[in-house]
Design a protein around this ligand. Sequence first.
Ligand SMILES: *Cc1c(COP(=O)(O)O)cnc(C)c1O
Length: 339
Amino acid sequence: MHRSELTVDLGALRHNVRVLLRALAGAELWAVVKADGYGHGARDVAAAALAEGASALCVATVAEALALRGSFREARILVMGPAASVEVAPARTAGLELAVVDGAVPEGVRVHLKLDTGMGRWGLGELPASPAEVVGVMSHLASADCDPAFTDLQVARFREATARLSHLTRHLANSAGVLRFPAARLDAARCGIALYGLSPFGGDARADDLRPVLGWRSHLALVKRLERGESTGYGRRFVADAPEWIGIVPVGYADGFRRDLTGTSVRVGEELCPVVGTVSMDAFAVRLERKLDAGTPVTIVGEGVPLERHAAHAGTIAYELATGIQSSPARARRVVRGA
Ligand SMILES: *Cc1c(COP(=O)(O)O)cnc(C)c1O
């Protein structure tokens, strides 16, 4: 039996594409598939998103874009992060589009000028006179998930700075921007997290009619009884104060189940059970209400166990947990449904 199984539900992904396209009301949806499609598998996600109506792919690096170009000969692929000068020639040959984030405008390749309207990261202070190969102008929202006033300010700055550039594709919104700020939709929006059915707001994605794409399941590899005073795991952080049944799940931090997930809950059979003790590299323990059989299914992420809840528990965001899950066949079996 595999230690764990990751499922990627492309039916859910297509549903999320339709939700975003409806919200975009005619603006283009560009699918953000950086970091291997937020850990879901960039190629599968990109194919499903394009087939359902997304009109371009966005990644962070030239290497990510080149890896996709082999499978997607015709698609528009935008590299949103900075490109090194040695990467410009391969990007040109592959027909990629590059974001200009710091002054130097590469030649012979289609570019998008990136304006810093408040993110305070990559982006130009002001727009240069448009060179010939500029096809788009973009900016990035810093706090569309949590600060409406600042987002309105960024939208206003961007609209003003690009008012005379309506011949270019203007794109500003990320997932949170599309879902909450109609004025940010402009000509196109770059959506990642919502495509994957995860809430950009950290809450319940169903509130925005999004369906989670990723499932992560394993099983109890071992069930054991701890007598009073006995412990499980490194550091003896969980000591039974009465006889206890615990189960060992063969998934650990090297699989992306982080050490700060101690105390979160996973579903064992039909019951939610707390993760107890220190998460080790290859296993974690759950506290059982009663003796269960080895082999009992464990839902780490899936129905009733949203990734957002683990993220809140760990004091992080679903983005970080999703991109940290290891899908290499040496660690997990990956199954794509609905292709
Ligand atoms: C990652 C990224 C996005 C996508 O953001 P989501 O919140 O996942 O929708 C959009 N634009 C840029 C520049 C990004 O780096």
